[in-house]
Design a protein around this ligand. Sequence first.
Ligand code: 5GP
Ligand code: MG
Ligand code: MG
Length: 185
Amino acid sequence: MDIEHITDDLDLEKTLFSEDEIRNRLGELAKRIESDYDGEDLLLVGVLKGAVMVMADLARTLDRHVEMDWMAISSYGSGTTSSGVVRILKDLDADITGRHVLVVEDIIDTGLTLSWLISNLRSRGPASVEICTLLRKPDAQKMSVDVRYVGFDIANEFVVGYGLDYAEKYRNLRSIGTLAPHVYS
Ligand code: 5GP
Ligand code: MG
Ligand code: MG
């Protein structure tokens, strides 16, 4: 490639959050999480695949011991809209009974998938279940589940990078941005 880095790729229209902005914001959230769970055992649950980057960076920013576990779920829906009908592709390895669980997400749009996940986790008898998401879209405000930690509230536009994909591409971008129109055509 003759470009310096893939973030210079012509596929990207604009950058919403740079690597530095993401790191700084995760640092702020990490401080709140450290103080809220002070003296408690904490299990971070990442939702594959989008939350991989948030999980990796948040976990390493936290100045405390945590455990990490993963779930993979698929929501049946037509194209880009989620239906809230969910299937577990990979369940947790950990038994969460009596434990403090913090679900780590990349983005919440309608929140349908997450609502389902939270009630599924609550049925397993954990001490608590809270949510941390890097990004939140406007529709998520209508969600019945409240989200304790939010990195950034964004507008209703499709974003990629830092774990977020378009047809499985762009997950490895270090920043978050929107795609140029030609990508979709
Ligand atoms: P929800 O159930 O909250 O509507 O759907 C959340 C899921 O939809 C996210 O985990 C993500 O996979 C996908 N999604 C929602 N908005 C975006 C977006 O702007 N960009 C990308 N890449 N995925 C999104
Ligand atoms: Mg996700
Ligand atoms: Mg996706």
